[in-house]
Design a protein around this ligand. Structure first.
Ligand SMILES: O=P(O)(O)OC[C@H]1O[C@](O)(CO)[C@@H](O)[C@@H]1O
Length: 545
């Protein structure tokens, strides 16, 4: 057994998990439950009262956090300690949204001036492109941006741009290419004019196959459509920590925006990786996004654990995963602009906490990161919510909704809100057999049939959910919301004693993919692998089955 599962607090939580009354009873017994179990900070309001929890639950979970030295671990992250131990790196995405007055040391150097310089470089670039001062090779202004990157160098910019659609003030269009599937870039290029298109190649390592291949394809297209080698500088910029590789590739040194080892890919939208966002919403709005995230950082670093929003959310997620065998967690956004957030949180959490050894290499004997999934309300209500309500798996849910819509038409938003709140209510209270029978009392069915149908209508309820509200979706509230989930992920990783900041699993996939590519191209023996891999490669080489 690990130290964590041996601890008396862990054992107490396990025993306590069996003794919690149904949430219906908890609400009936405490009229102040909503005010006692809600929290407001950084423009966000969290209602966590619809959780399987009593005051004792929270006390025990907070004790677990204290025993895991969560406080000290939070301080270590903000201080730039090497907490990504397997890659020997500090974890300082929080420095990207710090104020210019702060001093943050990484590897002996204050990194704030460099962060500010990069923001200023972004500002100049955004002004130059959006004002039309930046010209393409035929003297025309840029109209379209194509962001090429994958993973953390893609999803953040894409989802945040989508979420902040009401703030697109610059008149530019932006397209995202991530997948190495040639269809993806081909379909984009069909829409574009090389004279007015600017490519942003985003790759921290500048070594990611998909991004390199897509950029080469874009460059070949540009050259084939009339651009010359010397025009490339007017149409290609890069964001990377590998300046040497980018210049070797042909990107003009002036057009390279820096990245740093102390920023993980999935935490990088706040850096120059966020350039596509800034080009769409303008630099003032981009700075507001950073400001919202900084406010959440300040809250996370300073609020007592019991009043700390990321801590509360992280503890409840752990509660269900470790003590109720919940294998997944659903994120339901009741706002069309936020429809991409579940995918973003999926990448954030699953790449961070999909680990099975502790920092010292011991195999864990408890579940770590759950499967994160979700979608947009109300669409999911007519599909997978059925399983949330009556399936056999326990799936804790986060409901996220702005109180005010950017598109307040008629009764739409009232209906959206009533669906959101109605779902959390239904999950919590369920429907008893007596209630189902009462609903059927006036039907013409026989008593036997009524009983049978009623059994199918029973919903156990007691299904946990958090509800997160904000006044309106703005760059600032979105920044706070994303930072909230970053820190929630951190909280769980800290208690599980895992490294939330490496990703060796995906690295293996990358290197084996390269190896297979060499075998497909017959540069290496294609019969040396396992029978299945050999067979698949051979079929691929034949081009038919
Ligand atoms: O920015 P890069 O170096 O191209 O990497 C892209 C992505 O690949 C990963 O390393 C894993 O696939 C992510 O963590 C990262 O965001």
């Amino acid at each position: 057994m690990t130290i964590l599962t041996q601890s008396t607090t862990w054992q107490a939580l396990a025993a306590h998990s069996q003794q919690i009354p149904h949430m219906r009873e908890l609400f009936a017994g405490d009229p102040a439950r909503f005010s006692n179990m809600s929290l407001s900070t950084c423009g966000l309001f969290l209602d966590y009262s619809k959780n399987r929890a009593t005051p004792e639950t929270l006390n025990l979970l907070l004790t677990l956090a204290q025993e895991a030295k969560l406080d000290a671990k939070i301080k270590a992250m903000f201080a730039g300690d090497i907490i990504n131990t397997t890659e020997k790196r500090a974890v300082l995405h929080t420095a990207l949204r710090s104020t210019a007055e702060q001093t943050i040391i990484a590897e002996g150097q204050d990194i704030v001036p460099e962060v500010q310089q990069t923001l200023n470089k972004m500002q100049q670039f955004v002004t130059s492109v959006t004002s039309g001062q930046w010209k393409g090779f035929t003297g025309k202004a840029i109209t379209d941006i194509v962001s090429i990157g994958i993973g953390g160098s893609f999803l953040g910019p894409k989802i945040v741009s989508q979420a902040l659609r009401p703030y697109w003030i610059t008149g530019l269009n932006c397209h995202f290419v991530a997948n190495v599937d040639g269809t993806s870039i081909s379909e984009k290029l069909k829409l574009l004019d090389p004279e007015t298109t600017l490519f942003i190649m985003s790759s921290k390592s500048f070594g990611t196959q998909e991004t390199l291949t897509n950029t080469l394809t874009a460059k070949a297209w540009f050259l084939a459509k009339g651009g010359s080698q010397s025009d490339v500088a007017k149409h290609f910029v890069a964001v990377t920590s590998n300046v040497a590789k980018a210049t070797d590739f042909g990107i003009d040194a002036d057009n390279i925006f820096p990245m740093w080892d102390w920023v993980g890919g999935r935490y990088s939208l706040w850096s120059a990786i966020g350039l596509p966002i800034a080009l769409l919403i303008g630099m003032d709005n981009f700075r507001s996004l950073l400001k919202g995230a900084h406010q959440m950082d300040t809250h996370f670093a300073n609020a007592p654990l019991a009043e700390n929003m990321p801590v509360i959310m992280g503890l409840f997620s752990l509660w269900y995963g470790n003590f109720f065998n919940a294998q997944s967690h659903v994120v339901l956004t009741y706002d069309h602009y936020l429809r991409g957030l579940p995918a973003y949180f999926q990448q954030l959490d699953m790449e961070s906490n999909g680990k099975s050894v502790t920092l010292n290499g011991t195999h864990v004997d408890y579940s770590t990161g759950p499967v994160i999934w979700g979608g947009e309300g109300t669409n999911g209500q007519h599909a997978y919510h059925q399983l949330l309500h009556q399936g056999t798996a326990l799936i804790p849910a986060d409901f996220i909704m702005p109180l005010q819509s950017h598109n307040p038409i008629g009764e739409h938003h009232d209906q959206l809100a009533s669906n959101c709140f109605g779902q959390t209510q239904a999950l919590m209270q369920g429907r008893t057999l007596d209630e189902a029978l009462a609903e059927l009392s006036k039907s013409s069915l026989s008593d036997e049939e009524k009983l049978l149908i009623a059994k199918h209508k029973v919903m156990p309820g007691n299904k946990p959910s958090n509800t997160l509200l904000m006044d309106k979706l703005t760059p600032e509230t979105l920044g706070a919301l994303i930072a909230l989930y970053e820190h929630r992920t951190f909280v769980q990783g800290a208690i599980w004693d895992i490294n939330s900041f490496d990703q060796w699993g995906v690295e293996l996939g990358k290197s084996l993919g390269n190896d297979v590519l060499a075998r497909i191209g017959a540069e290496q023996d294609a019969t040396a692998l396992d029978a299945s891999s050999n067979g698949l490669i051979n079929l691929y080489r034949q081009g038919k089955i």
